[in-house]
Design a protein around this ligand. Structure first.
Ligand code: NI
Length: 138
């Protein structure tokens, strides 16, 4: 892969703040930090444009003793078999469960599934994390 160099002009304070941030984050140099920022924005665009296949994780924390909740969550997961490609269930304590689903497919559909699951009555906290299949990312 060929490398290109470019110059960037920044206000001194902005550069100082950036240097502090990347030092805290453990980046070895500015280039690596800037590469990650660019990749992150490109991945975000994949989700916004919605034409490419993408992957993500949906995490859900809930109390399994709430009557219909586990059934409802399982129902939704069966409905979208093929998009939900893996799942993991961890019993956090006597009542609370953490379920992590790995989803792959169309961004619009994945957001809809996540909204559906997170919005299910009794889910205490839910989060969709969006990432990329990595195919088109340098
Ligand atoms: Ni459990």
């Amino acid at each position: 892969m060929s490398l290109s160099r470019f110059g960037v002009s920044l206000e001194s304070k902005l550069l100082n703040d950036f240097d502090e941030l990347i030092k805290e984050s453990g980046y070895p140099n500015r280039s690596e930090a800037i590469r990650d920022l660019i990749r992150d924005r490109l991945v975000q665009r994949e989700w916004e444009v919605g034409e490419k296949e993408i992957v993500g994780t949906i995490s859900l924390v809930y109390d399994h003793k709430r009557r219909e909740l586990p059934n409802n969550l399982t129902e939704i997961q069966h409905e979208f078999v093929g998009v939900i490609i893996a799942s993991m269930h961890v019993h956090l304590d006597k009542h609370n469960c953490l379920e992590v689903l790995i989803v792959k497919g169309n961004p619009g559909q994945i957001k809809k599934i996540a909204d559906n699951l997170i919005g299910t009555k009794g889910v205490k906290h839910g989060k969709l994390t969006m990432t990329t299949v990595g195919r088109d990312l340098a």
